[in-house]
Design a binder for this molecule. Structure first.
Ligand code: NOJ
Length: 530
């Protein structure tokens, strides 16, 4: 790439590719690298700066690829290593960058290290094997619970137990073991040598466990849990940063850091650690003026304190799509929400999602777009139970429908499934069924419509690049229920009230999420030139 801008990652718009649902090149109903390569012009034209791909590694797919059996090769479902190398080249040729997903907290139970560990010590030391409690060791070694439900321990044939904070097929690695540390430094180099621009770090807060693996107990302090955010995790990121910094072209780490306090979160973004992290506080917050303004202000303060760029994210492959969340009476999102589908007014959700898109794209820092956000897709809440694939469904005793509803393959074109997701002669239908109503939401249909969500995203992303805007903002005084700020010549105003409101002083309406003839309508956002 010629003349890359300094610190591209501080302001990048990064598009999340959920590989198995983006585009299917070989007709097996599952998205793959061939499909993605063909769709790169769409991403270039959308106007994003970089792509983040969910795991593409060899995997038995017990958790959609977050159970890695070989960190240095591509799963045949998605393609080959040679194809990944071609993809990296193509991404760069389209003027984009590529981040890949690194899964260091756990691997697959099919990883050679775990196979070796099952055979006995000392290979077990790379994981957390412990004897059980109870007279015959029949009880798990401690009271930790898996994030997917049930105990975080599984017993093996000889009676010992191993730790897995996620599914039993995802044994946690022991980061106290020097070989684990060395292995991941080598994996980083393997992919950096192949030209990736960085890594999204899965469960970045979870790698180090508290000495002795003590019980959590009845009423734990959420800021002091034995299985996350232990002080020792930071030296791991400092060592990774040294590796990445030795490469040309600003290679970066984006952390998946879910923690209860901003102070804990910010520590991951100190100089010499991760470059940035997803702002889940913003994602889970209510779509209401007070909370929105508060979370923006808090985000800016938290990041400024450590010199890191703020980021903004509305949805990802683990959450309920925000069109659906924002159409509900309760717009705040609780990850513990078991996805039973509270009623949602999707027209309202789409109006708010349009406003939220403009709000996030107007804020300083970096922004994430989850595939399908730009098409205004809603959560698919009526997937038949027998098709659900998320391990959370079975692990929760079929009470949590899991995350499949935000992972349905994208609609590209045409009037019926697979909507161009797979080639016309595909041998199989999409791995999750697409709603017939998506015929109106295909990229093709929306491209031609000046009022579509896709057109809004394209226009906003282009303006975001073109408008010089300082990386700070100034809040503007407004009437109650309105949030407005200025960044250089740009004023951004969002109306959370139930009636139209007057626009602040301006010379030009640059872009609006809804027509602004009689003021700014409810649930709308406008970008104004001062
Ligand atoms: C976070 C990922 O985003 C999620 O999809 C996955 O299930 C867990 N980490 C475990 O790897």
């Amino acid at each position: 790439m010629s003349n890359p801008p300094a610190s591209w990652w501080r302001t990048a718009a990064i598009y999340q590719i959920y590989v198995r649902s983006f585009a299917d090149g070989d007709g097996d109903g599952v998205g793959d690298l061939a499909g993605l390569r063909r769709r790169l012009p769409y991403l270039r034209d959308l106007g994003v700066d970089a792509l983040w791909l969910t795991p593409w590694y060899v995997s038995p797919m017990a958790d959609a690829g977050y159970d890695v059996a070989d960190y240095r090769d591509i799963d045949p479902l998605f393609g080959t290593l040679a194809e990944a190398e071609r993809l990296i080249g193509d991404v760069h040729a389209h003027g984009l960058r590529i981040l890949i997903d690194l899964v260091p907290n756990h691997c697959s139970d099919r990883h050679p290290w775990f196979r070796e560990a099952l055979a006995g010590k000392p290979a077990r030391d790379r994981f957390w094997f412990r004897p059980g409690r109870g007279a015959a060791g029949e009880l798990p070694p401690n009271d930790w619970r898996s994030y997917f439900g049930g105990p975080a321990w599984t017993r093996v044939a000889d009676g010992e137990w191993y730790l897995h904070m996620f599914a039993p097929e995802q044994p946690d690695l022991n980061w106290e073991h020097p070989e684990v540390r060395a292995e991941f430094l080598d994996i980083l180099r393997f992919w950096l040598d192949r030209g990736v621009d960085g890594f999204r770090v899965d469960v970045a807060h979870g790698l180090v466990k508290k000495d002795g693996l003590p019980d959590v107990g009845e009423a734990p302090d959420p800021a002091d849990l034995p299985y996350q955010d232990r002080a020792g995790v930071h030296e791991i990121y400092r060592s990774w940063r040294e590796v990445a910094d030795a490469y040309e072209g600003e290679r970066v780490f984006v952390g998946e850091v879910w923690l209860p306090t901003p102070a804990q979160f910010a520590r991951y973004l100190r100089p010499g650690e991760l470059h940035s992290a997803f702002n889940f506080e913003f994602l889970v917050g209510a779509w209401e003026p007070g909370p929105v303004r508060e979370v923006i202000a808090a985000t800016l303060a938290t990041h400024a304190a450590v010199g890191a760029p703020p980021t903004w994210v509305l949805s990802n492959h683990d959450t309920i799509r925000h069109v659906t969340r924002y159409g509900r009476a309760e717009t705040a999102f609780d990850m513990g929400d078991k996805r039973h589908g509270a009623p949602s007014d999707l027209e309202l959700g789409v109006r708010r999602a349009r406003a939220a898109a403009l709000l996030t794209l107007a804020l300083p820092g970096g922004v994430y777009v989850y595939q399908g956000d730009e098409l205004g897709l809603a959560e698919v809440e009526d997937l038949p139970e027998e098709l659900l694939q998320d391990p959370a469904w079975e692990r929760s005793g079929r009470t949590d429908r899991g995350r499949d509803g935000c992972r349905v393959p994208l609609p590209w074109s045409g009037d019926e499934p697979p909507f161009g997701f797979s080639p016309p002669d595909a041998a199989a239908g999409p791995w999750l069924p697409q709603p017939p109503a998506w015929k109106d939401l295909t990229a093709e249909a929306q491209s031609a419509d000046p009022h579509s969500m896709l057109t809004l995203y394209r226009t906003a992303l282009a303006l975001r690049r073109a408008l010089p805007a300082p990386q700070t903002l100034t809040w503007l005084d407004t009437e109650p229920g309105v949030v407005a700020f200025a960044r250089g010549a740009l004023t951004c105003v969002v109306n959370f009230t139930s009636g139209p409101v007057r626009l602040p002083a301006h010379t030009e309406v640059l872009l609006a999420s809804a027509p602004v003839a009689d003021g700014l309508p409810p649930d709308a956002c406008a970008w104004l030139r001062r």
